[in-house]
Design a protein around this ligand. Sequence first.
Ligand SMILES: [Zn+2]
Length: 280
Amino acid sequence: MSPDRSTEKPLSRRALLAGATASAAWPVWAQARCSLRGRSIAVGAPGGLAIGLQSYPRTLALDDREVVLTLDDGPLPGPTDRVLDALRMFDARATFFLIGRNAAANPGHVRRMAAEGHTLAHHTYSHPWTLRQRSFLAGTQDIEQGIGAVQSVLGLSPAQVATPLFRYPGFADTPALNAWLAAKDIAVIGSDLWASDWTAMSPERQLNLLMGRLARARKGIVLLHDVVGQTAAMFPAFLKALCDGGYKVAHMTAGSSAPGLMQAPGNWRSQTERIIAGRG
Ligand SMILES: [Zn+2]
């Protein structure tokens, strides 16, 4: 039965979030007909590719108000379900950088992601913090085990890399691992902006922070974590805000050639190296 829309009134952001954080049925506002679906961008990495302005001086060539949604560390029953529900509601496709052991523990979620058209990408098996503190061999084994865990859930050969997209835990790459990934034609995907959702804050503050950053950047590869409760709670309101702002969600898919790229300005500096150095 469809809701009686004649009684609907515009809702404040606070009301939207109140609805988004309720565990009951979907609020009426979320049933609004709005499709965020944008173009697909096939990403291949023959000979290697590393993108995302927070770590590398190049990124996907996106249009104004075009975003790519990436979600790390899942799946986790509960928060991941809410993120997937919201993506379905708003007809958006995301890229999930899965932790292999979480994929193995929650195969139904991995299969749901695949069935609903999302891209399943890789983020190691055990999320070492970080791969810079591991040997090269331990790093390659953890990455391969992570890819194998996802492939196994999907019924693919562990040796077959169906989606050659990888993100380092903590963005902590190494030259040797980058070269190893490049030799396998696996792309390293960083981010252009993030939600800082590793810092505890209310869903409302999370939404305001992210939309403020997006208003300044106007486009980009966005990093979020589907395993974080505050992110899952604000996700429907986030997608609604993208709709209201005229954004479209482009979808990274596995490709065989390099995508169109945009080079960073000459004064570019890595944001993630400063953070990684600060951890030491
Ligand atoms: Zn992670």
